[in-house]
Design a binder for this molecule. Sequence first.
Ligand code: PHE
Length: 347
Amino acid sequence: MKEQLNEIRQKAISRLENSDTLAALEELRLQFLGKKGEVTALLKQMGKLSPEERPVMGQLANQVRADIEGMLAERKQELEAHALDAKLKAEALDVTIPGDEMTFGHQHPMNQVLQEIKDIFTGMGYQIVDGPEVELAEYNFTRLNIEEGHPSRDRSDTFYFTDDDSLLLRTQTSPMQVRVMENTKPPICILAPGRVYRKDEADATHSPMFHQIEGLVVDEGITMGDLKGALVTLMKRIYGEQAVMRFRPHHFPFTEPSCEMDMQCHKCHGTGEVDGQVCSTCHGEGWIELLGAGMVHPKVLEGCGIDPKRYSGFAFGMGLERMAMGRMKINDLRLIFDNDIRFLNQF
Ligand code: PHE
């Protein structure tokens, strides 16, 4: 019996070495240690031994069983480690393979300029506000002192929604002046950028939809000097210290006095000519109109519940596309709206 046990151990050792799957190991375990296994079968024959032999054989049989169990466990661990190794190798990333090229977009040049302008004004204490593009004629015209029958209310210029001309696409951002003043007590210091709409044919300097930036400051003692200071600061920050500006008297129904501000043409430097030809950017004017502005009309202040004897204010409205064209040296407005990637990639 002793030989038989030693034989079983030897057999188990050599079989184990050749088992390289977990399933094969389980098979081995059943073959040697299972209920019908070889060690178990031997133990069943213990009864035939003499009382002296029995404990010795019993001990040896248990030893062999423990040995086989130990070897099985050890081999199992080995196989599992191998399996993990193989799995990790199969899943390994080759970090040296070149990646897929990614293309990054960026902000539209007009929005870049808008962001610059917003940053400059927020730096001067202005708050950015937003308002509706679908507007009441009341706010777009009437409360801005633009009476019924005024040419700018003409159906040929304005997109109306209703037959009674009471609802429209705003033609300017100036209604934001009224919307802010009727809801806020001075001091007021706001900037209101947004889309505006006019029935214009698209050409190099016109589009039926464009952008304006409205500014409004109302407080005690506000003067035209404050207006000029704010606008000159803006223009020098955007176009550089050497930028040349001029203020021209003008008329708007909702400001008094009113003016327009021009910038010297960046293409012909005010001469109106490039290589003996009429400058295409300013049409020979030498100047580019950038904005309208003025001191808020007392009637408009009063209509919003602000006492014009105590308070005064200035307002301005500038064309964002014009500002962007000057800033980015773009000579056709339509390029800004076409979104041709070859154009956009230059900024
Ligand atoms: N809203 C005027 C325009 O569209 C510009 C403007 C704004 C003028 C504010 C004066 C004050 O032309």
